[in-house]
Design a protein around this ligand. Sequence first.
Ligand code: TMP
Length: 224
Amino acid sequence: MTPLTGDLLGRTDHLGLLITFEGPEGSGKTTLINAIAAHLAEKGEEPMILREPGGTEIGERIRNILLDMASEGMCSETELLLMVASRAQLVREKIEIGLEAGMIILCDRFADASVAYQGFGRGLGEKQVHALNKLALGKVEPDLTFLCLLPPEEGQKRLHSEATDRLDRESADFHQRVYEGYQAMAVSGILRFKVIDAADTPEEMLNKALGHLKRLDHGLLKYL
Ligand code: TMP
């Protein structure tokens, strides 16, 4: 597992903070983001909340193409390129500006999702994904990445109803490979990756995440 760009916490030179949330379907990352945002809001800090694919007007249009059941015939390479296209737009339009302005940005999935889903899940390999991610990211890199890990069969159970998008509908094998991709990140030794056990309650997940944020020792988090 090679790092996105750097692998040490605190090496980024922007004023703000980019915190990304990753994990398989049903791993509770969106609930965790909302809980952290509510906690920050109580402390008077209004984070920017983004999601991928999407997060911009153009990105949301790309998201619709990606997730639409009617896109069933999409090949893996197109899928990767569209994920990266949405990411490039998000980085240029929102993330770079937010970081320069000193904002805390919470992003629901980011570049590592392409490594897990397209690199591992589709079998396109980490190397190709990293090269394309580099183009989209430029100098941007996450300060911290929470990996909300839950075995895929548990995540699928939590989704209860029928699959609502093209990727949810993928085979159990595909979701197993995605999970293995995230597990590889968890044991990679790259410091920005922090594992959150998604089998824990939402409160336990929040407390664990806040503990990691406090240890980040960044001026923006001084009131946590
Ligand atoms: P979500 O908003 O429910 O997380 O849906 C986004 C879907 O897109 C999810 O199945 C994961 C997938 N995805 C990728 O396959 N590659 C990526 O790079 C990203 C950001 C998401």
